[in-house]
Design a protein around this ligand. Structure first.
Ligand code: PNS
Length: 162
């Protein structure tokens, strides 16, 4: 069985993430969407539990996708879960250097792990959780940025009118 891990902060999950998860689910027997800890992102707006719940809500149509959370090294999680691939989306050249560095580090930590990059579809090129948070915090329209099922949860949480 070919198991892939799709790691990320997912604070919150966006349509860009969902597109990558959808496509990964067709390439692998099982995909674990892993809410992971990014040391360079200090303050998450949603708890790990909330982030997992949102991902579960938007992936429930995908039979071979499960959601988990881990605050240790991704390479260790791969070993524990018998996964052999890390799937990540690449938006632009600007993503590349950072992603390339992580792929090499993960390979060094766990030689059986291959990082597979899927190129983001055109309409999601600009999309990121940070953009969603910024727009939502000003009460802007995030329809078309995040899956419909979690739209209200995100709006209610992030928009604090003064
Ligand atoms: O969505 P993000 O924040 O770009 O995802 C980055 C993430 C969480 C996948 C990365 O920071 C990560 O793998 N964190 C787990 C800890 C780890 O293994 N760090 C070393 C990676 S080389």
């Amino acid at each position: 069985m070919r198991i892939a891990v799709c790691p990320g902060s997912f604070d919150p999950v966006t349509l860009g993430h969902l597109d990558i998860i959808n496509r990964a689910s067709k390439l692998f027997d099982k995909v674990i969407v892993l809410v992971s800890f990014n040391a360079s992102k200090s303050r998450a707006r949603f708890s790990s539990k909330e982030r997992m719940e949102m991902i579960m809500a938007v992936t429930k149509h995908l039979d071979n996708v499960v959601v988990d959370c881990y605050d240790g090294l991704l390479a260790d999680y791969l070993k524990m879960s018998n996964a052999t691939a890390i799937v990540k989306g690449l938006r632009a050249v600007s993503d590349f250097e950072y992603e390339f560095q992580m792929a090499l580090a993960n390979k060094k930590l766990y030689n059986d792990a291959e990082t597979v990059f899927l190129t983001t579809t055109g309409e999601n090129m600009f999309l990121s959780s940070s953009v969603v948070k910024e727009i939502a915090s000003f009460g802007g329209d995030i329809d078309g940025f995040v899956p419909e099922e979690i739209l209200e949860t995100i709006k209610n949480r992030l928009h604090k009118p003064d």
